[in-house]
Design a protein. Sequence first.
Length: 475
Amino acid sequence: MKNSYDLVVIGGGPGGYEAAIRAAQLGLSVACIEKRVHKGEPALGGTCLNVGCIPSKALLDSSHRYEATKHELADHGITTGDVQIDIAKMLERKDAVVKGLTAGVAGLLKGNGIDWLQGWGTLLDGKGEQKQVKFAPLEGEETTITAKYVILAAGSVPIEIPVAKTDGEYIVDSTGALEFSEVPKRLGVIGAGVIGLELGSVWRRLGAEVVVYEAMPEFLAVADKEISKEAAKLLKKQGLDIRVDTKVTNAEVVNGEVVVTTDVKGETKTETFDKLIVCVGRRAYSEKLLAEGCGIELTERGLVAVDDQCKTNLDGVYAIGDLVRGPMLAHKAMEEGMMAAERIHGEKAQVNYDTIISVIYTHPEIAWVGLSEQAAIEKGYEVKTGSFSLAANGRALAQGEGVGLIKVVADAKTDRLLGMHAVAVGAGEIVHQGMIAMEFVSSIEDLQLMTFAHPTVSEAVHEAALSADGRAIHA
Ligand code: FAD
Ligand code: NAI
C-alpha cells in the first residue's frame, strides 16, 4: 500500500474492479478499496459475484436441472430413478462457483499491479487537485491516502420496508434466500420483480408452494405488455402464484411461521409461510462512503449525481454502477467502470444507455433491449411491430421448448429497429442480436434480408422481422 495513487476506486464490485483493471492497463497506479467479507473471508466481486448474479444463477441452474430431470426426461424416453435433491450439496456447489470467481478477480487485480485495500473507503475531500480518501482497514489503524482521481463504486443494498422487517431467518432479503438449508413448504415473496421471479422460481422448482405479492396492478410493467402477458401466463402455469394489486400490510413471525397480512382492494387477508423473501428493489449505498463536506452532490433519491459520462459535480471524481442513475445491472456497472477509467486517461469513451439489455433468468428467460411498443408510442414514434411464436419454431419444438415469443419494435417511418423483446428459451442470448442490430442502426428490412441458420431459435428473430411487414412464412 502506498500513500498516494493516480486513482483510488472505492468498491470492488463489477463496476469498481473493471474500472481498476482498465485504469491499470492504461498505466495508472491504482488502489481498489473493498470492505466485503463473504463467508469469513475478504472478497472482491461485490453484490454480483458474492450474493447476486452468480449465486442466483448457480441455484437457477441446479433447480432447473432437478425439475427437468424429474419431469421432462420421460418425454424423451429416458427413465430415471427416484430423483432427489441434496440442498446442502447444491449450496456447496454455488459457494464453490462464487469462490472460484471472486478468487479470480483477486488474481486479476494482483496481475495488473492493483493494490486491493481490504476495508472501508471514505471520500474526505474531493474538491482539490489531490483527493483525500480515508482508508479504515478491516483490522488496524485508519490512514488517509491521496489520489488524483477517485471512482465511487459502492453499489447498492436491498430496500427494507417497515411492514416486513427482515430477521435473517424467517423473513429474509435476497441474500438470505440464497441460503435456505431446506426447501420451504410454503414460501411468500414480496415483489414480483426480477429477484422475486428468479428466486421464487428456484424454490418453486425444488418443491415449495410460492406466492408472490405485487403491489402494482400490472405484472412486470417495465417489460413490453405482450411479453409480460405471455410471461405471466407461463410462470403461472409453472405454479408461481403471482398476485398483483396486493399490498402486504404486515408480516410477523408467530410460533415459527410467518403470518402475512395483505390488502387486496380493501379486503384484508392472512396467510402463513415457512419463509418470506422481501425483494422490493435496491437503493444506492453511500453510508460511510462520503464524509460530510466532501463536496459530492446527491440526487433526491440518494444516488450520486452524475452526467452521461459518470462525472460527478467534482472534477476528477467519477461514480458508477448501482450508486448512480440507470438500471441496477452488473453489465451496466462494468461498462461505466471502463468508461470512467478511459475518460480519466483522456479518451472519449461512451456508454450507449439505449441498448442496455435486461434479462430475467426464469425458464423460459424474459429479455429485452431498447424500446417496448408502449414506450416507443409514448416517445412519439409511429410504430410497427412483428412477433413470432416459438410454437412454430422447429428447433424450440424439437427441444420441448415451444413456448413464448420474440417481438421486434420499429419506427414505421424509417424502418429502424427500436427494440427486441423475448420470452423464450435462451432469450437473454437472443436479444443480443437486437442490441448489435440497434448499435449498427439496422432496419427491419436488414433483419429480413439476413440468412438465419436452420433449425435455430434465432430463426424466430427473422420471422418476427418478416411478420412486421406481414411476410412471416410459418405464421
Ligand atoms: P456492487 O456489486 O454492489 O459492489 C459494490 C461494492 O462496494 C460492494 O462489494 C461493497 O461491499 C463495496 N463498498 C460499499 N461501500 C464501501 C466503502 N465505503 N468502502 C469500501 N467498500 C465499499 N445484475 C445483472 O446484471 N445480472 C444479474 O443476473 C443479476 N442478478 C442479481 C441477483 C441478485 C440476487 C441481486 C441482489 C442482484 C443482481 N444483479 C444482477 C444486480 C447486480 O448485482 C448489481 O447491479 C451489480 O453488482 C452492481 O455493481 P456495482 O459495482 O455498482 O456494485
Ligand atoms: P425490482 O425493482 O425488480 O422489483 C421490485 C418489485 O417489487 C416491483 O415490481 C415493485 O412494484 C414491487 N414492490 C415494491 N414495493 C412493494 C411492496 N411494498 N409490496 C409489494 N410489492 C412491492 O427489484 P428487485 O427484484 O428487488 O431487484 C433489485 C434489482 O436488482 C433489480 O432492479 C435489478 O436491477 C437487480 N437484479 C437484476 C437481475 C437480473 O438482471 N437478472 C436479477 C436480480 C436483481
